[in-house]
Design a binder for this molecule. Structure first.
Ligand SMILES: N[C@@H](CCC(=O)N[C@@H](CS)C(=O)NCC(=O)O)C(=O)O
Length: 215
């Protein structure tokens, strides 16, 4: 266990949220102790005044570290490494490798998440009888175009930014689990993406927080 002022870290958010999952996986990579409090969807609490005072978006996750409060999952991952994982290759210090990691964190939020969401919600959180499979396939085709970009990047790299596993692999990997996990649509075969996925699928943080059944 690292020297992380153990016991101070609290994560608010339900464990089936992809954005919470990224943070939990990151905490595991850094071997940090924390407590997690369920919030969001069926658990509620995220629109209560005390929660909104921490996170005006009413979204999960939120990190509380003593008197410091932070929202946005990728920002939380960066903070955790900077505060408690100094020197860790998961978020490199040199400007160019760091910028390479940052671009995938941004890309995940700006480009991948919007095309993943309709597919995930339709195939995981919508009753079978209410699914419009033709529309879902169209959405899956749109998502496939984005995964093709990742697949090509991975043609010449072990992980998304090179030889080291980074928080960019966490962000992308959490979504890749969904992409590989949804069924009932046709998906292109992406060999580099599959090889990369297998590289980290055995990591304890992935197995504990990302691999469990989607809900
Ligand atoms: N960009 C934000 C997005 C946060 C977000 O949209 N969280 C979703 C769960 S993945 C949420 O709070 N949904 C409402 C709920 O759970 O009730 C982040 O990365 O933290």
């Amino acid at each position: 266990m690292s020297d992380n002022r153990q016991g101070q870290l609290t994560i608010w958010g339900r464990a089936n949220s992809v954005n919470v999952q990224k943070v939990l996986w990151c905490l595991r990579e850094l071997d940090l102790a924390y407590q997690r409090i369920d919030a969001g969807m069926a658990f509620g609490r995220n629109n209560d005044p005390d929660y909104l005072a921490m996170n005006p978006n009413g979204r999960v996750p939120t990190l509380v570290d003593g008197d410091f409060v932070l929202w946005e999952s990728n920002s939380i991952m960066r903070y955790l490494v900077l505060a408690y994982g100094k020197g860790s290759p998961v978020y490199p210090e040199a400007p160019k490798p760091r910028a390479g990691v940052d671009r995938w964190l941004d890309w995940t939020l700006s480009t991948l998440q919007p095309v993943d969401r309709p597919v995930f919600w339709a195939l995981v959180r919508t009753p079978v009888g209410q699914r419009d499979m033709a529309a879902i396939q169209k959405d899956a085709d749109a998502e496939g175009l984005q995964w093709r970009i990742v697949d090509r990047q991975l043609a010449s790299r072990r992980f998304i930014e090179g030889d080291d596993f980074t928080i960019a692999d966490i962000a992308l990997g959490a979504y890749a689990r969904r992409w590989f996990g949804v069924e009932g649509i046709s998906k292109p075969k992406f060999s580099n993406l599959e090889r990369w996925f297998a590289e980290f699928a055995g990591r304890p943080g992935f197995r504990q927080f990302i691999a469990p059944p989607m809900s």
